[in-house]
Write a protein that binds this ligand. Structure first.
Ligand SMILES: [Zn+2]
Length: 469
C-alpha cells in the first residue's frame, strides 16, 4: 500500500491524499489550493493523478480547501462514487455552486481587463462550471456517521464526528491488502466544547493516522471568555449608537456567532439592537443547518425545542437581496451585521470607518475586540492593471473571507496532541513541535501585526482569505 500526499503537504490548502492498494485507488478529499491567483490556477488545474484510475473518493467535509476541485475531477473523467456524510453533501451543493459562480465572475473580470489593456495574455477560464457541480452531486453517496460501508475492493470506511463544521467527519478506513490495516484520516479537527456540534471522537485501533495541523503551535484562547468579550463589545457599541460588523466564515463560524448572541439575549446581556446576517451564502448554509439535527450536541437539540432557536429569534434578519443589503448599508441604526461576503462586508466597513461610534480594537491583544472592525478600510478597488490582478491573493473559487477570532476554528496543537494520545486533555509538547514543523502559515505574522494595530492595513488585509480550513 502507498499513500501519496498530493496537496496540503507543506501548506494548508488543497487537501488530496491518494491511497493505492493492490486492488483499489481511493482519494481522500479533493480540495482547492488557495494562494496567489496564477499559481493557484496552475496547481488546481493539474490534479496530479489520473482521475479515471480512481475507484472511490472520500470527502471529510465541505470546506473548499477539501472539496473545491471535486467538480474538476468529474470534468476530467472521474465517474465513480464520492462518499461523504448527508450534511456535507447538502453543504457541497451550495458551496461548490458558489465557487463555480465566483470563478465565472472572476474570469469575466480578468478577461475584460486583458482586453482593455490589450495585454498579450490568454484569457482565463474557470476551473469548472455549475453544470460540472451538478454532475458531481449526482455521484455523491451520503453515508451516516457510525456505519461501515464498503467503498472499493478491500476498503471499507466509517465516519466519526470531527466537530469541525456541520457534517465534518474523521474517517476510519479498514484496508485489506497484504495485511489488514486501519488508517484514520481526521480531515480538519474541531475543538471540544464548541457550540452546536458534537465533540470530535477518538477512533481506536489506528495503524496509521493522517492528521491536520493547520494552526501549528498556536494556542487558541479559552472558549469560556467569548461570551463576556462579545457582550462587552456589543454593550459599548450600542451605547455609542454604532454598528458591530462581524466578519465570519459562511460555514460554522457565522452560526456559532448567532448561537452566542442568542445566549446573551437569553441572559439579558444583549442590547436591544437588531442582528443582520448579510450574506446570501450564509443564509443558504444556515438553512442547511436547520435540516441536520443529527449533527447537533445535546444542548443544541434541546434549544431547538424552544421558541427562540439560535437561528430564529426576535430581531434576527437574514438578507440575501442586494437592494436590502444596500439599504442596511445606508441605515444609521445601531445593529450587528454578520457578513461573510468580501464585497458586502467591504462596503459596510468602508461606509463606517473610521468612525468613533463603531466597534473597533479597544484593547490591544484582546482577541474578541480584534475581530470586529479594522480601521482605515478602503473601498473595493475597481480597475487596475492585469499583472496586478493576477498577483492578487484572491484565488479562483473560494470567497474572500475574513478571519474572525471571536470563536476560533480548527484544532490547535494542544488539541491535536490530546486527540492523538487518547483523548486526555493537556498540551502535548511533541505534537506542538510536530505541528509547528509541518505547518506553513505564510503571512500570519503580518496579519497579526495588522490586527494588533502595529501595522497599517492594506486592502489585502481587509479582503484576504484567512484560509478556509
Ligand atoms: Zn475545514
Amino acid at each position: 500500500m502507498h499513500i501519496d500526499f498530493i496537496g496540503a503537504a507543506q501548506t494548508v490548502t488543497g487537501s488530496k491524499h491518494l491511497i493505492r492498494t493492490k486492488h483499489a485507488n481511493v482519494l481522500l478529499d479533493c480540495g482547492m489550493f488557495q494562494g496567489r491567483r496564477r499559481e493557484s490556477v496552475e496547481r488546481n488545474k493539474n490534479l496530479g493523478f489520473d482521475p479515471a484510475a480512481l475507484d472511490a473518493v472520500v470527502l471529510s467535509h465541505a470546506h473548499i480547501d477539501h472539496s473545491g476541485t471535486l467538480p474538476l475531477l468529474v470534468k476530467q473523467g472521474y465517474q465513480g462514487p464520492i462518499y461523504t456524510t448527508p450534511a456535507t453533501r447538502d453543504l457541497c451543493a451550495v458551496m461548490l455552486e458558489d465557487s463555480a459562480v465566483i470563478q465565472a465572475a472572476d474570469a469575466r473580470y480578468i478577461n475584460k481587463a486583458i482586453d482593455r489593456d490589450h495585454a498579450d495574455m490568454e484569457h482565463v477560464e474557470p476551473l469548472y462550471s455549475v453544470d460540472d457541480v451538478v454532475r458531481t452531486l449526482q455521484q455523491v453517496i451520503a453515508v451516516p456517521y457510525h456505519r461501515w460501508m464498503t467503498i472499493a475492493r478491500g476498503v471499507k470506511i466509517m465516519f466519526h464526528d470531527a466537530g469541525h463544521v456541520l457534517g465534518s467527519a474523521v474517517t476510519a478506513l479498514d484496508i485489506d491488502d497484504d495485511t489488514k490495516k486501519r488508517i484514520v484520516y481526521t480531515g480538519d479537527l474541531g475543538r471540544k466544547n464548541m457550540p452546536i456540534l458534537r465533540d470530535p471522537e477518538v477512533v481506536d485501533g489506528a495503524d496509521m493516522l493522517i492528521i491536520e495541523s493547520t494552526y501549528g503551535d498556536r494556542l487558541h484562547g479559552p472558549i469560556d471568555a467569548v461570551d463576556d468579550a462579545l457582550a462587552a463589545v456589543l454593550a459599548r457599541t450600542y451605547q455609542r449608537g454604532g454598528k458591530v460588523i462581524i466578519p465570519s466564515f459562511a460555514l460554522e463560524r457565522a452560526q456559532e456567532v448567532l448561537y452566542a448572541i442568542r445566549g446573551l439575549r437569553k441572559q439579558g446581556r444583549m442590547p436591544p439592537m437588531p442582528v443582520y446576517v448579510d450574506s446570501p451564502l450564509t443564509v443558504k448554509i444556515t438553512d442547511i443547518f436547520k435540516l441536520h439535527p443529527e449533527c447537533y450536541d445535546a444542548e443544541m437539540r434541546a434549544l431547538l425545542q424552544g421558541k427562540d432557536t439560535p437561528f430564529e429569534f426576535e430581531g434576527l434578519h437574514y438578507i440575501s437581496d442586494t437592494e436590502d443589503s444596500k439599504a442596511l448599508d445606508a441605515s444609521k441604526e445601531a445593529s450587528v451585521i454578520i457578513s461573510a461576503s468580501g464585497g458586502r462586508q467591504e462596503h459596510h466597513l468602508h461606509r463606517r470607518l473610521p468612525g468613533a461610534a463603531h466597534a473597533r480594537p479597544a484593547h490591544r491583544g484582546t482577541p474578541p475586540a480584534r475581530a470586529n472592525v479594522r480601521r482605515r478600510a478602503r473601498p473595493p478597488r475597481r480597475g487596475g492593471d492585469v499583472q496586478r490582478l493576477l498577483r492578487t491573493r484572491r484565488s479562483a473559487g473560494p470567497r474572500r473571507l475574513h478571519r474572525s477570532r471571536v470563536l476560533a476554528g480548527p484544532a490547535q496543537a494542544g488539541h491535536l496532541g490530546a486527540w492523538r494520545a487518547d483523548g486526555s486533555e493537556g498540551a502535548d509538547r511533541e505534537a506542538r513541535r510536530a505541528g509547528a514543523a509541518q505547518c506553513a502559515r505564510p503571512g500570519t505574522r503580518h496579519l497579526d501585526r495588522v490586527l494588533t494595530g502595529k501595522r497599517r492595513p492594506t486592502r489585502f488585509d481587509l479582503v484576504r482569505c484567512a484560509r478556509v480550513s
